[in-house]
Design a protein around this ligand. Structure first.
Ligand code: NDP
Length: 297
Protein backbone atom coordinates (compact mmCIF):
# COMPACT_ATOMS: atom_id res chain seq x y z
CA UNK A 1 0.00 0.00 0.00
CA UNK A 2 1.51 3.40 -0.97
CA UNK A 3 2.43 5.47 2.09
CA UNK A 4 2.03 8.83 0.34
CA UNK A 5 -1.30 10.52 -0.35
CA UNK A 6 -2.36 9.75 -3.94
CA UNK A 7 -2.10 12.48 -6.54
CA UNK A 8 -5.57 13.39 -7.74
CA UNK A 9 -4.95 14.35 -11.35
CA UNK A 10 -7.09 17.45 -11.79
CA UNK A 11 -8.15 17.54 -15.43
CA UNK A 12 -9.98 20.82 -14.95
CA UNK A 13 -6.92 22.77 -13.86
CA UNK A 14 -4.62 21.03 -16.36
CA UNK A 15 -7.09 21.81 -19.16
CA UNK A 16 -6.94 25.48 -18.14
CA UNK A 17 -3.13 25.39 -18.43
CA UNK A 18 -3.33 23.74 -21.86
CA UNK A 19 -5.84 26.36 -23.04
CA UNK A 20 -3.70 29.19 -21.65
CA UNK A 21 -0.71 27.85 -23.57
CA UNK A 22 -2.71 28.32 -26.80
CA UNK A 23 -3.43 32.02 -26.22
CA UNK A 24 -0.26 33.46 -27.87
CA UNK A 25 -0.92 31.41 -31.04
CA UNK A 26 -4.57 32.45 -31.10
CA UNK A 27 -3.58 36.11 -30.72
CA UNK A 28 -1.05 35.79 -33.52
CA UNK A 29 -3.65 34.19 -35.80
CA UNK A 30 -6.19 36.89 -35.01
CA UNK A 31 -3.64 39.59 -35.89
CA UNK A 32 -3.39 37.89 -39.27
CA UNK A 33 -7.18 38.06 -39.59
CA UNK A 34 -7.81 34.39 -38.74
CA UNK A 35 -10.12 33.31 -35.91
CA UNK A 36 -9.87 29.55 -35.45
CA UNK A 37 -13.31 28.14 -36.25
CA UNK A 38 -14.99 24.79 -35.63
CA UNK A 39 -18.09 23.30 -37.24
CA UNK A 40 -19.83 20.74 -35.07
CA UNK A 41 -22.41 18.40 -36.58
CA UNK A 42 -24.87 16.80 -34.21
CA UNK A 43 -27.34 14.30 -35.64
CA UNK A 44 -30.34 13.24 -33.57
CA UNK A 45 -31.27 13.97 -29.98
CA UNK A 46 -29.10 11.72 -27.83
CA UNK A 47 -29.00 13.64 -24.55
CA UNK A 48 -25.36 12.78 -23.68
CA UNK A 49 -24.23 13.96 -27.13
CA UNK A 50 -26.25 17.16 -26.76
CA UNK A 51 -24.60 17.92 -23.46
CA UNK A 52 -21.07 17.23 -24.86
CA UNK A 53 -21.81 19.58 -27.77
CA UNK A 54 -23.02 22.32 -25.40
CA UNK A 55 -19.79 21.98 -23.39
CA UNK A 56 -17.75 22.32 -26.59
CA UNK A 57 -19.73 25.41 -27.66
CA UNK A 58 -19.17 27.05 -24.27
CA UNK A 59 -15.45 26.26 -24.29
CA UNK A 60 -15.00 27.85 -27.74
CA UNK A 61 -16.98 30.91 -26.66
CA UNK A 62 -14.91 31.29 -23.47
CA UNK A 63 -11.72 31.27 -25.59
CA UNK A 64 -13.29 33.83 -27.99
CA UNK A 65 -13.03 31.35 -30.85
CA UNK A 66 -15.64 30.73 -33.53
CA UNK A 67 -17.86 27.68 -33.50
CA UNK A 68 -21.15 26.80 -35.12
CA UNK A 69 -23.25 23.73 -34.45
CA UNK A 70 -25.34 22.14 -37.18
CA UNK A 71 -28.14 20.26 -35.46
CA UNK A 72 -29.69 17.70 -37.81
CA UNK A 73 -32.76 15.52 -37.24
CA UNK A 74 -32.45 11.83 -36.29
CA UNK A 75 -33.73 10.79 -39.72
CA UNK A 76 -30.98 12.60 -41.65
CA UNK A 77 -29.79 10.45 -44.55
CA UNK A 78 -26.21 9.57 -45.43
CA UNK A 79 -26.24 11.70 -48.65
CA UNK A 80 -27.67 14.70 -46.74
CA UNK A 81 -24.97 14.50 -44.10
CA UNK A 82 -22.20 13.96 -46.65
CA UNK A 83 -23.42 16.96 -48.65
CA UNK A 84 -23.21 19.16 -45.54
CA UNK A 85 -19.66 17.93 -44.84
CA UNK A 86 -18.70 18.70 -48.47
CA UNK A 87 -20.00 22.26 -48.02
CA UNK A 88 -18.19 22.72 -44.69
CA UNK A 89 -14.96 21.37 -46.20
CA UNK A 90 -15.15 24.30 -48.66
CA UNK A 91 -15.93 27.03 -46.11
CA UNK A 92 -12.86 29.02 -45.08
CA UNK A 93 -14.30 30.14 -41.72
CA UNK A 94 -14.16 26.53 -40.50
CA UNK A 95 -10.66 25.20 -39.84
CA UNK A 96 -12.00 22.15 -38.04
CA UNK A 97 -15.03 19.90 -38.51
CA UNK A 98 -16.29 17.49 -35.89
CA UNK A 99 -19.17 15.04 -36.21
CA UNK A 100 -20.38 14.18 -32.72
CA UNK A 101 -20.25 10.39 -32.34
CA UNK A 102 -22.04 8.07 -32.11
CA UNK A 103 -24.33 8.88 -35.03
CA UNK A 104 -27.74 7.17 -35.41
CA UNK A 105 -27.57 3.58 -36.63
CA UNK A 106 -28.82 4.32 -40.15
CA UNK A 107 -25.64 6.32 -40.82
CA UNK A 108 -22.25 4.90 -41.76
CA UNK A 109 -19.68 6.31 -39.33
CA UNK A 110 -16.59 5.39 -41.35
CA UNK A 111 -17.97 6.94 -44.56
CA UNK A 112 -18.75 10.11 -42.61
CA UNK A 113 -15.23 10.35 -41.21
CA UNK A 114 -13.77 9.70 -44.67
CA UNK A 115 -15.79 12.63 -46.06
CA UNK A 116 -14.08 15.12 -43.73
CA UNK A 117 -11.09 16.86 -45.33
CA UNK A 118 -8.10 15.47 -43.37
CA UNK A 119 -6.86 19.08 -43.17
CA UNK A 120 -10.02 19.93 -41.20
CA UNK A 121 -10.17 16.82 -39.02
CA UNK A 122 -10.58 18.42 -35.59
CA UNK A 123 -11.02 15.04 -33.86
CA UNK A 124 -7.86 13.57 -35.41
CA UNK A 125 -9.69 10.38 -36.40
CA UNK A 126 -9.55 10.49 -40.21
CA UNK A 127 -7.58 7.45 -41.44
CA UNK A 128 -5.01 9.78 -43.04
CA UNK A 129 -4.31 11.41 -39.69
CA UNK A 130 -4.40 8.14 -37.77
CA UNK A 131 -1.93 6.75 -40.31
CA UNK A 132 0.34 9.75 -39.83
CA UNK A 133 0.06 9.28 -36.07
CA UNK A 134 1.08 5.62 -36.35
CA UNK A 135 4.08 6.60 -38.49
CA UNK A 136 5.04 9.27 -35.97
CA UNK A 137 4.44 12.06 -38.52
CA UNK A 138 2.91 15.35 -37.33
CA UNK A 139 -0.90 15.28 -37.34
CA UNK A 140 -3.87 16.44 -35.29
CA UNK A 141 -4.01 13.71 -32.64
CA UNK A 142 -7.28 12.14 -31.45
CA UNK A 143 -8.50 14.41 -28.65
CA UNK A 144 -9.01 12.02 -25.74
CA UNK A 145 -5.70 10.11 -26.14
CA UNK A 146 -3.86 13.40 -26.63
CA UNK A 147 -5.56 14.71 -23.49
CA UNK A 148 -4.37 11.66 -21.55
CA UNK A 149 -0.78 12.36 -22.64
CA UNK A 150 -1.16 15.94 -21.42
CA UNK A 151 -2.52 14.74 -18.05
CA UNK A 152 0.58 12.57 -17.65
CA UNK A 153 2.89 15.37 -18.77
CA UNK A 154 1.49 18.02 -16.43
CA UNK A 155 1.48 15.50 -13.55
CA UNK A 156 5.17 14.71 -14.09
CA UNK A 157 4.46 11.07 -15.00
CA UNK A 158 6.79 9.76 -17.72
CA UNK A 159 5.51 6.54 -19.36
CA UNK A 160 9.07 5.63 -20.48
CA UNK A 161 9.85 2.03 -19.55
CA UNK A 162 6.55 1.62 -17.71
CA UNK A 163 4.00 -1.09 -18.37
CA UNK A 164 0.77 0.54 -19.55
CA UNK A 165 -2.32 -1.64 -19.61
CA UNK A 166 -5.24 -0.24 -21.60
CA UNK A 167 -8.73 -1.69 -21.42
CA UNK A 168 -10.88 -0.90 -24.47
CA UNK A 169 -9.94 -0.95 -28.16
CA UNK A 170 -12.14 1.74 -29.72
CA UNK A 171 -10.83 3.75 -32.66
CA UNK A 172 -11.15 7.01 -30.72
CA UNK A 173 -9.56 6.01 -27.39
CA UNK A 174 -8.08 2.54 -26.88
CA UNK A 175 -6.26 1.98 -30.17
CA UNK A 176 -4.72 5.46 -30.47
CA UNK A 177 -3.63 5.76 -26.81
CA UNK A 178 -2.00 2.32 -27.04
CA UNK A 179 -0.18 3.47 -30.16
CA UNK A 180 0.95 6.79 -28.74
CA UNK A 181 2.24 5.25 -25.53
CA UNK A 182 4.55 2.77 -27.22
CA UNK A 183 5.94 5.21 -29.78
CA UNK A 184 9.60 6.22 -29.62
CA UNK A 185 8.89 9.82 -28.60
CA UNK A 186 8.35 12.06 -25.59
CA UNK A 187 5.48 10.72 -23.45
CA UNK A 188 5.89 7.35 -25.18
CA UNK A 189 8.35 4.48 -24.78
CA UNK A 190 5.99 2.49 -22.58
CA UNK A 191 5.44 -1.24 -22.94
CA UNK A 192 1.76 -1.63 -23.78
CA UNK A 193 -0.84 -4.33 -23.25
CA UNK A 194 -4.22 -3.71 -24.91
CA UNK A 195 -7.21 -5.55 -23.40
CA UNK A 196 -10.84 -5.91 -24.48
CA UNK A 197 -13.96 -7.92 -23.76
CA UNK A 198 -12.38 -11.19 -24.95
CA UNK A 199 -9.27 -10.82 -22.83
CA UNK A 200 -8.76 -13.66 -20.39
CA UNK A 201 -7.60 -13.02 -16.81
CA UNK A 202 -8.24 -9.29 -17.08
CA UNK A 203 -7.71 -8.52 -13.37
CA UNK A 204 -4.35 -10.36 -13.36
CA UNK A 205 -3.15 -8.42 -16.43
CA UNK A 206 -4.33 -5.12 -14.99
CA UNK A 207 -2.49 -5.84 -11.75
CA UNK A 208 0.75 -5.72 -13.73
CA UNK A 209 0.09 -2.15 -14.86
CA UNK A 210 2.23 0.76 -13.77
CA UNK A 211 -0.25 2.87 -15.74
CA UNK A 212 -3.80 1.50 -16.04
CA UNK A 213 -6.14 3.19 -18.53
CA UNK A 214 -9.78 2.13 -18.62
CA UNK A 215 -12.01 3.06 -21.58
CA UNK A 216 -14.79 0.49 -21.50
CA UNK A 217 -17.99 2.27 -20.45
CA UNK A 218 -18.79 -0.09 -17.56
CA UNK A 219 -19.61 1.74 -14.33
CA UNK A 220 -17.24 0.90 -11.47
CA UNK A 221 -16.10 -2.40 -13.00
CA UNK A 222 -12.49 -1.71 -12.12
CA UNK A 223 -12.05 -2.25 -8.40
CA UNK A 224 -9.00 -2.84 -6.21
CA UNK A 225 -8.58 -6.38 -7.59
CA UNK A 226 -7.49 -4.83 -10.89
CA UNK A 227 -5.01 -2.35 -9.44
CA UNK A 228 -1.38 -2.77 -8.42
CA UNK A 229 -0.12 -0.85 -5.38
CA UNK A 230 1.33 2.44 -6.55
CA UNK A 231 -0.28 2.38 -10.01
CA UNK A 232 -1.33 5.45 -11.99
CA UNK A 233 -5.00 5.04 -12.94
CA UNK A 234 -6.58 6.97 -15.82
CA UNK A 235 -10.35 6.58 -15.94
CA UNK A 236 -11.76 7.50 -19.35
CA UNK A 237 -15.23 6.05 -18.79
CA UNK A 238 -18.23 8.33 -18.46
CA UNK A 239 -21.26 6.35 -17.34
CA UNK A 240 -24.69 7.55 -16.29
CA UNK A 241 -26.08 5.73 -13.28
CA UNK A 242 -29.54 6.29 -11.83
CA UNK A 243 -29.58 8.51 -8.77
CA UNK A 244 -33.01 9.69 -7.60
CA UNK A 245 -31.29 12.20 -5.27
CA UNK A 246 -29.57 13.94 -8.20
CA UNK A 247 -31.27 16.89 -9.93
CA UNK A 248 -31.28 15.11 -13.32
CA UNK A 249 -32.09 11.71 -11.84
CA UNK A 250 -28.63 10.34 -12.68
CA UNK A 251 -25.00 10.99 -11.89
CA UNK A 252 -21.81 10.39 -13.85
CA UNK A 253 -19.32 7.77 -12.71
CA UNK A 254 -16.20 6.32 -14.26
CA UNK A 255 -15.22 2.75 -15.07
CA UNK A 256 -13.11 2.74 -11.93
CA UNK A 257 -14.50 2.33 -8.44
CA UNK A 258 -12.63 5.36 -7.17
CA UNK A 259 -13.32 4.90 -3.45
CA UNK A 260 -12.33 1.24 -3.60
CA UNK A 261 -8.94 1.87 -5.23
CA UNK A 262 -7.95 5.25 -3.82
CA UNK A 263 -5.75 3.85 -1.01
CA UNK A 264 -3.78 1.70 -3.49
CA UNK A 265 -2.96 4.17 -6.24
CA UNK A 266 -0.11 6.65 -6.66
CA UNK A 267 -2.26 8.85 -8.91
CA UNK A 268 -5.78 8.78 -10.30
CA UNK A 269 -8.15 10.84 -12.46
CA UNK A 270 -11.59 11.56 -11.01
CA UNK A 271 -14.85 11.32 -12.99
CA UNK A 272 -16.06 13.91 -13.68
CA UNK A 273 -13.15 16.35 -13.78
CA UNK A 274 -10.38 14.08 -15.11
CA UNK A 275 -10.12 13.10 -18.77
CA UNK A 276 -13.36 14.86 -19.88
CA UNK A 277 -12.11 18.48 -19.69
CA UNK A 278 -8.91 17.45 -21.48
CA UNK A 279 -10.83 16.09 -24.47
CA UNK A 280 -12.36 19.54 -24.99
CA UNK A 281 -9.03 21.33 -24.44
CA UNK A 282 -7.40 19.15 -27.10
CA UNK A 283 -10.28 19.84 -29.50
CA UNK A 284 -9.48 23.54 -29.13
CA UNK A 285 -5.78 22.76 -29.54
CA UNK A 286 -6.45 20.81 -32.76
CA UNK A 287 -8.65 23.59 -34.18
CA UNK A 288 -5.94 26.17 -33.50
CA UNK A 289 -3.33 23.83 -35.03
CA UNK A 290 -5.47 23.33 -38.16
CA UNK A 291 -6.06 27.10 -38.46
CA UNK A 292 -2.29 27.67 -38.31
CA UNK A 293 -1.71 24.98 -40.95
CA UNK A 294 -4.39 26.46 -43.21
CA UNK A 295 -2.46 29.72 -43.60
CA UNK A 296 0.90 27.99 -44.03
CA UNK A 297 -0.20 26.06 -47.09
P1 NDP B 1 -16.51 1.73 -27.05
O1 NDP B 1 -17.82 1.68 -26.36
O2 NDP B 1 -16.43 1.99 -28.51
O3 NDP B 1 -15.71 0.38 -26.75
C1 NDP B 1 -15.61 -0.14 -25.47
C2 NDP B 1 -14.39 -1.06 -25.42
O4 NDP B 1 -14.36 -1.63 -24.11
C3 NDP B 1 -14.44 -2.20 -26.41
O5 NDP B 1 -13.15 -2.42 -26.93
C4 NDP B 1 -14.90 -3.38 -25.55
O6 NDP B 1 -14.36 -4.62 -25.99
C5 NDP B 1 -14.29 -3.03 -24.22
N1 NDP B 1 -15.05 -3.60 -23.10
C6 NDP B 1 -16.36 -3.41 -22.81
N2 NDP B 1 -16.69 -4.07 -21.70
C7 NDP B 1 -15.57 -4.70 -21.28
C8 NDP B 1 -15.27 -5.55 -20.20
N3 NDP B 1 -16.20 -5.90 -19.30
N4 NDP B 1 -14.01 -6.02 -20.07
C9 NDP B 1 -13.06 -5.68 -20.96
N5 NDP B 1 -13.29 -4.87 -22.01
C10 NDP B 1 -14.53 -4.39 -22.16
O7 NDP B 1 -15.53 2.71 -26.25
P2 NDP B 1 -15.22 4.25 -26.26
O8 NDP B 1 -13.75 4.28 -26.26
O9 NDP B 1 -15.98 5.01 -27.26
O10 NDP B 1 -15.78 4.70 -24.83
C11 NDP B 1 -15.40 4.06 -23.64
C12 NDP B 1 -15.86 4.89 -22.46
O11 NDP B 1 -15.14 6.11 -22.47
C13 NDP B 1 -17.33 5.28 -22.46
O12 NDP B 1 -17.78 5.34 -21.14
C14 NDP B 1 -17.32 6.67 -23.06
O13 NDP B 1 -18.43 7.46 -22.64
C15 NDP B 1 -16.05 7.21 -22.49
N6 NDP B 1 -15.43 8.28 -23.25
C16 NDP B 1 -15.00 9.35 -22.54
C17 NDP B 1 -14.38 10.39 -23.17
C18 NDP B 1 -13.89 11.51 -22.34
O14 NDP B 1 -13.64 12.58 -22.88
N7 NDP B 1 -13.72 11.32 -21.04
C19 NDP B 1 -14.19 10.40 -24.62
C20 NDP B 1 -14.61 9.18 -25.28
C21 NDP B 1 -15.22 8.17 -24.60
P3 NDP B 1 -14.70 -5.27 -27.46
O15 NDP B 1 -13.91 -4.47 -28.44
O16 NDP B 1 -14.23 -6.66 -27.34
O17 NDP B 1 -16.17 -5.10 -27.64
Amino acid sequence: MPSKQPLIIDGKSISVKVKESLVPTIQKLKKQGVTPGLAVILVGDDSASQSYVRMKEKAFEAMELFSETFRLPEMTTQPELEQLIDELNREDRFHGILVQLPVPENLNELKIILKIDPGKDADGIHPVNLGRMVLGVEAPLPCTPHGILMLLKYSGIDPKGKHAVIIGRSNIVGKPIANLLWQKRALGNATVTLCHSRTKNLPALCQQADILISAIGQPHLIDRNYVKDGAVVIDVGINRVDDPAARRGYRLVGDVNYMDVIDKVAAITPVPGGVGPMTIAMLISNTVYLAEKSIQT
